[in-house]
Design a protein around this ligand. Sequence first.
Ligand code: UDP
Ligand code: MG
Length: 308
Amino acid sequence: MDSISIVVPCYNEEQVLPLFYEEMKHVMDKMNYVEFEIIFVDDGSKDKTLSIAKDLSNRDKRIRYVSFSRNFGKEAAIFAGLENSNGDYVAMMDADLQDPPALLEKMFQCLKEEEYDSVATRRVTREGEPKIRSFFARRFYKLMHKISKTDIVDGARDYRLMKRQMVNAIISMKEYNRFTKGIFGWVGFKTKWMEYQNIERAAGETKWSFWKLLLYSIDGIVAFSTIPLAIASYVGVLLCGVSFISIIAILIRHFMGVVSAYGWSSLICVVLFISGIQLFFMGVIGQYLAKTYLEVKKRPIYIVREKI
Ligand code: UDP
Ligand code: MG
C-alpha cells in the first residue's frame, strides 16, 4: 500500500487545527487505499496549538507532531516536516485550509497515472487579499523571472504532493536561508501545475504583514539571484566611462584656454549622485555578505523541543 505523509506547519493555529483535522479525516476516509501520516510541526506557537496537536495524536494513531523550541519560521517548519516524514509521497499543506485537502486525491491520481514527480498548486486569483499586496507580489514575480535562472511561479502556493525522490533532493539542500519556492524550482523534476481559485483562511489570521513579506521577497532575491551584485559592477563601468569622457572634455577645454571657476552646483550634484550609488551598492553587497555570514555559521535550521 502506498503511504502519504502530510506536513503541516502550524504557528498559533489553535482555532483552525480541529477544523483542519475534520477535513483531513474525510479525505483520509475517502482515500482508504493509502496509508496516511500527518505531521504537525508546531513552530513555537504561543497558544494551545501544541496541546491540540498532542490531543489529536492521542486520538488518532496517524498523527505525529514535532515541536520547536521557538518560532523558526514556516520554511524551517516545512524542512523539519520533510525530514521527519516516512511516506512514499509527501504533501505540504497550510493548517488554515487555504490549501484544500480535498484536492489531494486528484493530485495523487496525477502522480500515479502520469509521468510527474510532483503536483503543485497555483492560485489564479488573489481575491480577498489587499490590492497593494497583490500589486507588489506580481512585481516581485516579474522581477524574479528576469533576474533568476530558477523557475519561480507566480501565485504558486507551497501546497504540493511530491514523490520521495524529490523530497530527498529537497532535504539534501541544507542551506540556512531557505526560500522554499526557489528550492522547489532549483531541484528540478517534472511538476504538474494545478490551478484553483484563492480561498480565504478558515479562521485565525495571517502571520504575514506587508513588511514581513517585503523582507521575505528580498531574502528570495538574495537566495536565488546574484544579478544585483553584477549590476554594481555594470554601473561602476558605466560611471568610469562617463568620467573618462568628462576628463577628456575638461582637458580639451583647459588647453583651449577656457578658464572657469564656476560649476560648483554641478560638481556637488555629481558628487552626491555618485556617492549615493556607491552607498546603495555597498548595501547590496552587505545583504549578500550578511547571508553568507549566516550560512558559514552552519547553525541548525530548527531545534526540536519535543516530538512523537
Ligand atoms: N506558519 C509557520 N510559522 C510562521 C508563520 C506561519 O509555521 O512563522 C504557518 C501557518 O501556521 C500556516 C502557514 O504557515 O499553516 C501559512 O501561514 P499564513 O496562513 O499565515 O500565511 P498566508 O496563507 O497568509 O500566506
Ligand atoms: Mg494562510
